[in-house]
Structure formats: C-alpha cells, structure tokens
Ligand binder design. Structure first.
Ligand SMILES: Nc1ncnc2c1ncn2[C@@H]1O[C@H](COP(=O)(O)OP(=O)(O)O)[C@@H](O)[C@H]1O
Ligand SMILES: [Mg+2]
Length: 472
C-alpha cells in the first residue's frame, strides 16, 4: 500500500468492512443481519466480537414499533399491552380528542341553559356564563329561588369534571335516552350521549400509558453478566402497595428488559455462560419471540403485576471464550445453531503483504476512532506490524500477524498520547517504542527490571497474571 501517513488510508464507511482478518465472520454477519438469524461468536479476547455485534446492529433498518402498557381500570395488575407503529402514532396524535356535539345555548333545553349559567332565570335573556348577573335585568343568574328543578345544580366544586347537567330525552325509537350537557372551557356547550361518554372514557384510559420500548431507540442492546431483571424486565416495588391515591399505579412500574428493548435489533450477550439460570428464559424468549414482564422479586408488590406477550424479536449475538463452550446450555446452543451460526474467530492471520495492508488500515481506523491523537507515519505503522508479529509468536507460537487487536489498539492510543503531549504532528516510531514498553503489565516490567530473581520465584504467578491480563 502506498501511503506516507495513516491520513492517506481510506477507511470503509460500513462498520462490518472495518473488521480485519475475520472474513468468514463478516460474511456470516451479513447473512445474520439480512435473514435475522442468531450468532454465537467464540474467540479470544480483543479479536472483534463486540465490534462485529455492533456492526450487525448498525446495518439493521431502524425499529418500526413502539411498545407501551396502558392502565387497565378493571384489573390494574394486568396492564394492557399496546403496540403501535409510526402511522398509528401519527393518527392517534391527529385524532380529534373531543367527544360529543357542540350546541348553541338556544338549542339546549331552557333549564339546562339556566343551570349552565347561560340563561337568566328571571328574564330568559342569554349571556356568557362568566357574567354572574344578567346584563339585561340585573338578576343573579345563580339564584335558584324560583328554579323549578331545585337541587339539580351543576357541579361547580369539581373543576376537573367541569359543569354538567344530566337530562333525558325521548329518542326516535321511543326509548328514553340519557344525555349529558357540559359547559366547555371555552364557554360553549356540548351534549354527550352515553356512547360518547364511553368513548371518552376509553380515550382517557389510553392516555394512562407508559412507553416501555420507545420507537426511537438503538438497535444495539448489550447485556453483561447475570442480572436477571436487566435481561427480562421487572415491575418495580410499590412501597404503598398500589394504594389508589398514594401508590404508583401498576402500569407505571413496568420496566422492559434488554430482550424487549432489543426487539427488532441485536441483543448482544457478552460472556454467555455467566447468564446462568437466565439461559432457559432466553431460550423461551427466542422460541416465542414474546416474553412476559412481571415483578421478579417474589416479596415485592410488583410480583402480582404481569404483562403477557411483550414482543422480543431480536437477533441474538452471543460472545464467549472457547474454554467456556462446555458450560453453555446445550438447548440454547442447539437453538442458535438451528436458526443461526456459530463462528470461531481467528486469533492471527498470515504475514502477507495484503494482510500487512490490513494492519495499516487497522492503525488508521484506531486513530480515527480516537479522534484526539495525530496520524501515524509509515515507519510507525511498520513498527506496529512488527509488534503484531511478536505478539503472534508469543501467544500462538506461530509466525503471522496477531488479531488480538485490543492489545495493539492500546499501544496505538498510548503512542498517540505521547505524540500529543509532545505536540508532534505525527505518531513516530519513538512513540510506538515508548508505548510498547509502557503497555507491558506490571509483572512483565518487574521481570525486565529484576530479571531472574523475580521470574524464577514468580514464574507460576506470572503465567497466571498474564492469562488474566488477556481475558480482561
Ligand atoms: N478484527 C478486528 N478488526 C479491527 N479492529 C479490531 C478487531 N478486533 C478488535 N479490534 C479493535 O479492538 C477493540 C476491542 O475489540 P472487541 O470487539 O471489543 O473484542 P472482543 O469483544 O472480542 O473482546 C475494538 O474496538 C477494535 O478497535
Ligand atoms: Mg468484547
């Protein structure tokens, strides 16, 4: 490759194409994204498992569905599931939120107009209900002294319910029909049938909604370790035991899990085997593509709350070390293989000119990702490639270029920091050398300083520590 500095190296836009030396995994990843399959990535630390999972998520189309729960007035402990696409969200937003028919004060029965404050009880003149005295005859409009309907006064105490008068009329079919006349906030009158009232109540219940998986969300959701509620969702505890006035209503305490949040996206589980018991729940979720949300703590008030069938149609990307393979639940593993792929990542590539170019691209990418360090000269890149050879020799005992790239990534960053501090315009070989030295573990540094004294007494410890550093 012809370049003077890493600034001359073109970096692919597609994040999958930035993955180096894992051609098979990249090829399969494209299929996984397109066909919505599952993927198990098995490989050494720092070889690109997380990077590949993120890249798959980044090429997926954006999510199309929002998931929310609604208050269920009949059974608050069973919130109603609601799934809406963008069209529905738009329509519901635009939909007329008012119910009933507006009427002119002339069109309502006189007693209604009086009770709602429009009509003077003495002279019958109409005026705005804001005027307490009739502008025509001066009578107190609220004076019920002569009112024929005694106590049927509008409910003025409860502002929220507005001012309303109930009445009945004979419908066209000869049946009695109940009507409710209301004074509106804008000093008009509307009349509502029982049907209108029901619709309004349903619409108001819909407003009691909690969005648990928003429409605008990341297609990449990561889970590390065994946190059951994080994976499966939860219903939070209510210290007031769902007391209707002081407690938090059940639907508001529903929390989605990672497997719900990754609906239409990638659920990335690092160190799959640390999932423990949750592996069987994950398996169910993958089979059903739905998983209930319920309070996970049996002693909590949340445990009686349950939302069934919450969608969780995700692409599972699991990552693990080769050594852990036997601890993975066989059922889960066969599920992944049944509808997906298992890939073992490479730990090194052959030392060819073509692959050296890939290493140079990797250096350029790392520098671009960091954004705070200068570009590297060709000589500095050559030194990184040399280090890649050395690491390959010491970890694989083979000649080639290492793909344990997190280690190299660390060296590049460190060298970049040294160059930045010096205000050098490029990362040069001297910076790389310093970084390689600095990046060695404490044990390696001790070994270099004190030679055999330490390495003799601590050989075993050193080997273990080295292994630990690699898996970090
Ligand atoms: N195959 C690769 N191609 C390019 N960069 C890589 C590759 N593998 C690792 N890296 C670099 O190392 C970093 C750590 O890799 P990561 O994907 O977290 O490894 P893993 O998840 O396998 O432990 C990445 O962010 C990336 O910068
Ligand atoms: Mg990782």
């Amino acid at each position: 490759m012809d370049f003077e500095t890493t600034a001359d190296i073109r970096i692919p836009k597609n994040p999958l194409e930035r993955v180096i030396g894992q051609d098979e995994a990249v090829r399969i990843s494209r299929i996984v994204a397109k066909q919505k399959r599952h993927l198990l990535l098995v490989g050494a630390p720092g070889t690109g498992k997380s990077m590949i999972a993120r890249a798959i998520a980044s090429i997926l189309p954006p999510p199309t569905l929002e998931v929310s729960v609604l208050h269920n007035p009949e059974r608050p402990e069973r919130p109603v599931l609601s799934i809406r696409n963008f069209e529905m969200l738009k329509r519901e937003f635009q939909e007329e939120k008012s119910f009933g028919t507006p009427l002119h004060p002339y069109e309502v029965p006189e007693f209604v107009a009086e009770k709602l404050g429009f009509r003077c009880r003495r002279c019958g003149e109409l005026s705005t209900p804001r005027l307490l005295y009739c502008p025509s005859c001066g009578a107190d409009k609220a004076d019920r002294g002569t009112a024929p309907f005694g106590n049927l006064v509008p409910n003025q105490q409860n502002k929220k319910e507005g001012i309303a008068v109930q009445a009945t009329r004979l419908g066209e079919d000869g049946k009695q029909e109940t009507l409710l006349y209301e004074r509106t906030e804008t000093d008009g009158i509307i009349v509502l049938t029982v049907e209108d009232l029901k619709k309004r109540k349903a619409a108001e219940a819909k407003k009691l909604r909690k969005i648990i998986v928003p429409l605008t969300r990341s297609t990449f959701v990561q889970v590390v370790g065994n946190n059951e509620t994080e994976l499966l969702g939860d219903v939070r505890h209510d210290p007031y035991g769902s007391h209707p006035e002081i407690g938090t209503p059940a639907y508001q305490r529903v929390v989605a899990g990672a497997l719900h949040e990754s609906h239409e996206g990638v659920l990335y589980i690092d160190e799959m085997t640390t999932l423990g018991d949750s592996q069987k729940f994950l398996l169910t979720a993958m089979q059903e593509k739905k998983f209930p949300i319920t309070g996970r703590n049996p002693n909590s008030a949340g445990s009686i709350v349950r939302v069934e069938n919450v969608p969780c149609d995700f692409i599972l990307v699991g990552a693990m070390n080769i050594n852990d393979l036997p601890s993975l639940s066989p059922a889960l593993r066969s599920r992944i293989r049944g509808s997906g792929y298992e890939i073992v990542l490479n730990t090194y590539i052959e030392d060819t000119p073509e692959n050296q170019e890939k290493m140079a691209s990797f250096v350029a990418q790392e520098i671009q990702n960091d954004a705070r360090i200068p570009h590297a000269s060709k000589k500095a890149v050559d030194l990184i490639i040399e280090e890649s050879r050395k690491i390959c020799k010491s970890t694989e005992n083979k000649s080639g270029l290492t793909l344990r790239l997190r280690t190299l990534s660390g060296i590049i960053r460190l060298a970049g920091d040294f160059a930045s501090v010096e205000e050098a315009s490029l990362i040069e070989p001297t910076h790389i050398q310093l970084a390689i030295k600095q990046s060695k573990s404490a044990e390696e540094q001790l070994e270099e300083k004190y030679g055999n004294i330490w390495s003799a007494g601590m050989a075993d410890y050193g080997a273990r520590a080295k292994k630990g550093a690699e898996t970090a």
